[in-house]
Design a protein around this ligand. Structure first.
Ligand code: PLP
Length: 389
């Protein structure tokens, strides 16, 4: 038996294991100290009441003889697909056909699986810094990955590739930089993709956090994008579904390489669908009542980001993101790299962040703060950061 050498060649998940080890060592040495965890991007508020009611009702329905639901349709139940069309895309003025929407158990599995649409020799481009899933899933398949350096001077917007690539992953609003791509920037990407015959894989997991009025939440708000784009959506950060697991992928019928049929074929092989109660919960999350309730949580996290950003700026730090995303991307104080500031914040302020180096070479010299915490913790962290830790 020969193991996948590409998988062996992947570096271990160094970032989160190393941060966890340093945090554990600190806690052991300082048992009385309470940590403020602004590292991992998981939500903390309960899911909306409308979602809980839908989940319970669907679970009870399945316990009745007339309510049995076996395998779900692989692309999702029509009611969930309609909820994505009407609750998510219609308010943005985007018309997506029902047959182009595929319900899934989240954006992570789908962004990782999308590389199966590409030929083994395809070259993919990702941003640097990057959400590691795009790069690692392609590396596992043995593909060459090209990194697009994202710099502060460009607001961390990725440059167009300088060499021939077959697909580009874009994430806006971005994890980890917290920056969103403008309409003009996205239009330039669509233009490039149509001209150069390149697939755009657009991760919209943080779309609910877009605050600026003219900033697109969907790639499909750009004319022509349906021809070259695939989009991933998620209820994780918009409706607190990180533990419930529901998202979707849109592969438009207008796709120039006929990828819709291929994605349907792939789904038919690889999944037996998302649990019925979870799809009912997703339907509820995208109903007017669910959206209004979840929006309150999004506003809460947005206010957290504002408080943190304000405190950091007041202390003289250079801060990016936070306005259209739950992440702040902050330049390290003079003389420290991401790990150095991580250690200092841990020791001096008991704040846990994520060193930028973990997201790629261009992440060096930055750290990421996550605004998903409880308000009292965020206020406390803002106060400690304000003391110039
Ligand atoms: N995409 C990005 C950019 C993320 O940061 C995350 C989670 O942190 C995900 C996708 C995961 O989404 P889901 O929970 O829907 O799998």
């Amino acid at each position: 038996m020969t193991v996948n050498a590409n998988l062996c060649a992947l570096h271990g998940s160094y970032l989160f294991s190393e941060t966890a080890a340093r945090v554990a060592a600190f806690s052991q040495e300082n048992p009385g100290k309470t940590l403020l965890r602004l590292g991992i991007g998981d939500v903390t508020l309960p899911v909306a009441d409308a979602v809980v009611r839908a989940l319970c009702a669907a679970a009870e329905e399945m316990g009745r003889p007339d309510g049995v639901h076996g395998y779900a349709p692989t692309a999702g139940y029509p009611f969930a697909i309609e909820a994505v069309r009407n609750g998510y895309y219609a308010p943005m003025g985007v018309d997506v056909a029902a047959e182009d929407i595929f319900i899934s158990d989240g954006a992570k599995p789908d962004t990782a699986g999308a590389q199966e649409l590409l030929s083994p020799g395809a070259v993919v481009a990702v941003c640097d810094p990057v959400y590691p899933v795009y790069a690692d899933s392609n590396a596992m398949a043995g593909r060459r990955v090209v990194y697009l350096p994202c710099r502060a001077k460009d607001g961390f917007a990725p440059p167009l590739p300088r060499e021939r690539v077959d697909a580009v992953y874009l994430c806006s609003p971005n994890n980890p930089t917290g920056m969103a791509l403008s309409r003009d920037a996205l239009a330039a990407w669509v233009d490039y993709a149509r001209r150069e015959d390149v697939l755009l894989l657009f991760d919209a997991a943080y779309s609910a956090y877009v605050a600026a009025r003219d900033t697109p939440r969907s790639l499909f708000q750009i004319p022509g994008a349906q021809e070259v784009g695939v989009e991933f959506g998620s209820l994780s950060k918009s409706a607190g579904f990180t533990g419930l697991r529901c998202g979707w992928t849109v592969v438009p019928s207008a796709n120039r390489w006929g990828l819709r049929r291929l994605w349907a074929r792939r789904m038919a092989t690889k999944t037996n669908g998302v649990a019925y109660p979870v799809q009912r919960a997703a339907e509820a999350a995208l109903s007017p009542e669910g959206l209004a309730q979840s929006q309150q949580s999004v506003r809460y996290y947005q206010e957290n980001a504002r408080l943190l950003g304000e405190a950091l700026r007041r202390s003289g730090y250079v801060v990016f993101g936070g306005a259209d995303a739950p992440y702040l991307w902050v330049r390290c104080p003079e003389g420290l790299d991401g790990w150095g500031w991580f250690d200092r914040l841990l020791r001096q302020a008991q704040i846990v962040c994520t060193p930028g180096e973990g997201f790629g070479r261009c992440g060096a010299g930055y750290v990421r703060f996550c605004a998903f915490g409880r308000r009292d913790e965020i206020r406390e962290a803002a106060e400690r950061l304000g003391m110039n830790a």
